[in-house]
Design a protein around this ligand. Structure first.
Ligand SMILES: Cc1cc2nc3c(=O)[nH]c(=O)nc-3n(C[C@H](O)[C@H](O)[C@H](O)COP(=O)(O)O)c2cc1C
Length: 270
């Protein structure tokens, strides 16, 4: 049985109830109650919406991979269309796929922060701080099972933000099919013109290496000596974002990135 309320307690409650509505006690009581209720609503919403947010994030990534591979159709089911891709975890140090992780669930961003799975970069042209040893890549095969394209994630700093995106490379390991970013905070109308379909279209048909095997792809105002096959126009009024994209593409296609894997692709190993 609960204890009967003491006279002292009864007095305090009666005093509180009898106080005018704008008393300090009642004002504080209402303010704290509103804060408590609001924080409970916000945290319940945050927890209950997390699965939906995760599902949307995954869908967004799948849409981006479909888009960069030229396979996105808004009328089709994204999950079904995405099933065409074969995800693989790539070991950048060997250029080989590894079974050490499940490619369907491997968390690239978490791995890039894990000291066991990444290393600090001394020479860091893409301004990413650490380089992951493993990345999830996506293979696309034709009906005969022959490799058609590979979709490789890449990221690097622009002017205001890290740009995250994908590059689609043809099965020969040298011809670019497309490039697009799915996350950045560059300025609309300036650096954010990386999302302009006309700019993105330029990547189609460009080549990474010249016939001597030298990495020549360049994003700049003027064409490099290697020629138009290796050149994507810089963004007007956004030289710094342009430089960031140039740096990150060269970094990821180079020795510290996918170079070993691209060599193997060129040799037809997959
Ligand atoms: C508010 C503001 C936002 C800007 N945003 C960008 C940007 O997103 N990317 C970029 O490269 N330059 C941006 N700039 C311009 C740069 O400061 C710099 O002037 C420009 O990159 C030089 O490019 P240009 O040589 O092609 O004119 C911005 C400038 C201002 C004032």
């Amino acid at each position: 049985m609960s204890e009967p309320m003491s006279n002292e307690n009864k007095g305090a409650i009666a005093q509180f109830l009898a106080a005018p509505p704008d008393s300090v006690g009642k004002t504080l009581f209402v303010a704290i109650s509103v804060c408590l209720v609001a924080s409970m609503i916000v945290s319940t919403a945050a927890v209950s919406l997390r699965p939906t947010q995760e599902a949307n994030k995954l869908r967004d990534k799948q849409v981006n991979i479909l888009q960069v591979a030229g396979l996105y159709d808004p009328a089709s089911d994204v999950t079904e269309a995405f099933a065409a891709f074969e995800p693989q975890v790539l070991d950048l140090e060997s250029g080989e796929f590894t079974d050490a992780f499940d490619a369907a669930t491997f968390d690239d961003l978490a791995a890039a922060d894990d000291p066991e799975l990444s290393r600090a970069l001394e020479d860091d042209p893409a301004s990413i701080g650490r380089q992951a040893r493993f990345r999830t890549v996506y293979l696309l095969r034709d009906d005969a099972g022959e490799l058609d394209k590979v979709i490789l994630p890449l990221h690097g700093y622009g002017l205001w933000s890290t740009l995250y995106g994908f590059i689609a490379i043809e099965e020969n390991g040298n011809d670019i099919f497309g490039l697009q970013f799915y996350s950045h905070a560059e300025t609309p109308g300036l650096g954010a013109e990386v999302d302009n379909p006309r700019w993105k279209q330029q990547w189609n048909g460009k080549r990474l290496h010249d016939d001597a095997g030298t990495l020549q792809i360049t994003v700049s105002k003027s064409a490099p000596a290697a020629g138009a096959d290796f050149h994507v126009d810089g963004l007007a009024g956004a030289t710094l974002t342009t430089r960031g994209v140039d740096n990150l593409v060269k970094f990821w296609m180079g020795e510290e990135g996918y170079a070993l894997f691209l060599d193997k692709l060129q040799a037809g190993e997959f």
